[in-house]
Design a protein around this ligand. Structure first.
Ligand code: MEV
Length: 425
């Protein structure tokens, strides 16, 4: 085995899962216990599972893999990914390899500011109420922050306020947004508690009735951003750059295409969100709402050709992930996944996830704009079938190659080819 010194490792897929884990553990500095947690499908014990949700009857396991080749802000990462979908990990790794040749991904974020909404109804003079609420900003901040002294102690807590008057089916409503820095927590509990605590005071100063008090998943003050430049030579020429830009133009213009384009982005994002024990639905809803923030649903990424003819890509989306609390705290495998990334903050985790989304998108639209996605899918499918047939190592490669080149990807054929190989020996 050639030791893994960075996130790039040629022939990683040819190793057994145990060998891959050994390499990944070495690279990420995992202990024997961490390795045992990953390799055992049972690390979430029944007792923990029973306390996570209601009416528990068992546990459900999914494959955990690593995305290779990622360089983000000059640092190499192995990306833990949990998914049921074939091709995703290979595609992300492949795109990251192309990005890596030119420095990889560069990322940033807008902080960990979560929004909690308070809906105020039955206010005859909503614009007057809005100004009164703003006037009481320091008192509102005080009431909210009293609810979470620990968050405040570490530098977080409610920081700002926004008041909107909206038109609804039932007339005008006053909507208060609490902007809370939740630091390394996803923050749902913290902000929901604050919203509930401050609602009576808002009723008092406006004379209205506080109705819903809940966070917004459209976390516009908690954005993660990533960018990359991929050399035209790496992609196989400027024509490929043009093809990718044309594929993007379709998604940017058409919501039917944008939905699928963004699904491809989420193919990369959700596996990392899941692996690290975060709330996948919060990320999905935030992403798609943000994709329509202009009033028209569009792409979460952009792809352009720069002055050198190279491909430049960007992504920006809400990324309400945490490192403390929730399943991240309870699920042993999620804890090891966080350790694998070595992240120091939730915003760093969010940035990595955004970079994976960008890579995943590039892989998908490159394939779609050139050979179509079925070819790549075919070789993975062939690999799965060859595995089921019992092939390993070089024999596996030979069988896969033959099935794909002959466009005859069936289990029976894999079995026949394996038999032929064994007879030849
Ligand atoms: C399939 O899971 C994802 C793609 O459809 C994404 C895309 O069309 O961009 C390939």
């Amino acid at each position: 085995m050639n030791e893994m010194k960075n996130s790039s490792y040629s022939g990683f897929y040819k190793l057994s899962p145990e060998e891959r884990l050994a390499e990944a553990a070495e690279f990420c500095g995992l202990s024997e216990e961490d390795k045992a947690v990953i390799s055992s499908g049972n690390s979430l014990d029944m007792d923990k599972a029973d306390h996570m949700i209601e009416n528990v009857i068992g546990r459900f396991t999914l494959p955990m893999a690593v995305g290779l080749n990622f360089t983000i802000n000059g640092k190499d990462y192995l990306i833990p990914m949990v998914s049921e979908e074939p091709s995703v990990v290979a595609a992300a790794s492949n795109a990251a390899k192309m990005a890596r040749e030119n420095g990889g991904f560069y990322t940033s974020n807008t902080g960990a500011i979560m929004i909690a909404q308070i809906q105020l109804i039955d206010i005859p003079d909503p614009n007057f109420a809005k100004i009164k609420i703003y006037e009481n900003k320091s008192k509102i901040i005080e009431i909210c922050n009293e609810k979470d002294p620990t968050l405040v102690k570490f530098g977080g807590g409610m920081e700002d306020l926004e008041v909107r008057v909206i038109d609804t089916l039932q007339g005008k409503m006053v909507i208060v947004h609490l902007k809370v820095n939740t630091l390394d927590a996803m923050g749902a509990n913290a902000v929901n508690t604050m919203a509930e605590a401050v609602a009576p005071f808002l009723e008092e100063i406006t004379g209205g009735k506080a109705y819903l008090r809940i966070l917004s998943n459209l976390a516009v003050h908690r954005l993660a951003r990533a960018r990359t430049v991929i050399k035209k030579e790496t992609l196989g020429g400027e024509e490929i750059v043009d093809k990718i830009v044309t594929a993007y133009a379709f998604a940017a213009a058409d919501p039917f295409r944008a939905a699928t384009h963004n699904k491809g982005i989420m193919n990369g994002i959700i596996p990392v969100v899941l692996a690290t024990g975060n709330d996948t639905r919060a990320i999905e809803s935030g992403a798609h709402a943000y994709a329509s923030i202009s009033g028209k649903y569009t792409s979460l990424t952009t792809w352009e050709k720069n002055a050198d003819g190279d491909l430049v890509g960007t992504i920006e989306l809400p990324m309400a992930v945490g490192l403390v609390g929730g399943a991240t705290k309870i699920h042993p495998t999620a804890q090891v996944a966080v350790k694998m990334l070595g992240v120091k903050s939730a915003t760093e985790l969010g940035e990595i996830i955004a970079a994976v989304g960008l890579a995943q998108n590039m892989a998908a639209i490159k394939a779609l704009a050139t050979e179509g996605i079925q070819r790549g899918h075919m070789s993975l499918h062939a690999r799965n079938l060859a595995t089921v047939a019992g092939a390993k190592g070089e024999v596996m490669e030979e069988i896969v190659k033959k099935m794909v080149s002959e466009k005859n990807v069936r289990l029976e054929y894999a079995q026949e080819l394996l038999k032929e190989y064994e007879n030849r020996k």
